[in-house]
Design a protein around this ligand. Structure first.
Ligand code: ACO
Length: 329
């Protein structure tokens, strides 16, 4: 007997109330709306409240996903939170989410860090666990409080990111909907292109201020741009070929929402019209692991994802990690 088909049963998202525009940022660092928008496509981003944690945002997105799937917290037996900004180094943010939602005790709860590719990694992991027949309904969440790892004095990074969360419920397929496939990649030769240098076990100066510069993300933007486009193209082409599909058969592409120019270049390489890509980064900036599920939820609610359609998800992130997924609705 083959493995059971697994499908996305529902989606949900959450964005903090506070909007920070490019003009607001130009009061803090030497930048402008014109520079940020023309280089990235970002107009504004959401920033979480001081006491609003990654798990709170994750739980809010998950509640919407549960309602959209028509299942309750009691039906969930697997919670994976993809995040690089957990509430605490330990325990896992997924355990906080479990408690906030009232998910039963016989549930596997863990975090997964693949930076901006985290949601695709978590989707792949949850899909495999459900397909094994040992778990039935999973909450797969991408949630980030990126504002806590940004250096708000560094104009080259602080303008790019935002906070938020997105979630899906995965479960036994109903009708035509199912996960068709996923592909994950990593290139550990490029860990230096994007990283938070302190806070882990390899901290050059253990006495460093816990909120000091080593806790801030550093990025080699130009290099990332070039690698990101190539990696996303490879991840898209290889999964399409594996499933005997061509790009033109994809109704909607949900790319990682890092930069409009990266998405436009990818569209050119895949020979797809720009309007085939769902983009909401102008309102949220780059929300890392939250970006794809947040965009997926908005795309579904905007009617961009319809029964019978095939959607391509494609991401890249620190690691460098990258990956893709094909979803039938
Ligand atoms: N406002 C004004 N000027 C700025 C700003 C800013 N916010 N940031 C940088 N500049 C200046 C630089 O200092 C530089 O000035 P100089 O020429 O006097 O030295 C100039 O603008 C050009 O800087 P570049 O870095 O060369 O600008 P570039 O055109 O490459 O755009 C950007 C920078 C937008 C970061 C681009 O490289 C990019 O998008 N890279 C991909 C980054 C990315 O997507 N990162 C996250 C992905 S991974 C993940 O999602 C976790």
């Amino acid at each position: 007997m083959g493995s059971p088909d697994i499908a996305i049963l529902g989606t949900g998202s959450y964005a903090p109330e506070k909007i920070v525009t490019n003009d607001d940022l130009s009061q803090r660092v030497d930048t402008s709306d014109e520079w940020i928008f023309s280089r990235t496509g970002i107009r504004e981003r959401r920033i979480a409240g001081e006491n609003e944690t990654t798990s709170m945002m994750a739980a809010a997105a998950a509640r919407h996903a549960l309602a959209s799937a028509g299942v309750t917290a009691a039906d969930i037996d697997l919670v994976i939170v993809a995040t690089m900004t957990p509430d605490l180094p330990m325990p896992a943010t997924a355990c906080f989410v479990q408690h906030l939602l009232g998910v039963p005790l016989n549930t596997a709860c863990f975090d997964l860090n693949a930076a901006c590719s985290g949601f695709i990694y978590a989707l792949d992991t949850a899909w495999a666990m459900l397909a094994s027949g040992r778990y039935k309904h999973a909450l797969v969440i991408g949630a980030e409080k990126m504002s806590t790892v940004l250096n708000w004095k560094d104009r080259t990074t602080c303008v790019l990111f935002g906070d938020g969360a997105g979630a899906i419920v995965l479960g036994p397929a109903r009708g035509t909907a199912k996960i068709l496939g996923t592909r994950l990649y990593a290139d550990g030769a490029h860990t230096d292109l994007l990283c938070v240098p302190g806070g882990g076990s390899n901290v050059p100066d253990p006495s460093a201020d816990p909120s000091g510069p080593q806790r801030h993300m550093t990025m080699k933007g130009r290099e990332i741009f070039k690698v990101a486009v190539r990696e996303m193209e490879d991840a898209a082409r290889e999964i399409l070929a594996q499933h005997g599909l061509v790009a033109a058969q994809i109704a909607c592409v949900i790319p990682h929402q890092a930069n409009q120019r990266i998405i436009d270049t990818l569209a050119q390489y895949l020979k797809l019209p720009a309007d085939r890509f769902f983009v909401n980064l102008h309102r949220y900036g780059n929300t890392s692991a939250a970006s794809i599920p947040l965009a997926l939820d908005e795309a579904r609610r905007a009617g961009r994802v319809k029964a019978g359609d095939t959607t391509l998800l494609v991401a890249f992130g620190a690691g460098l990690t990258y990956g893709s997924a094909l979803v039938r609705w």
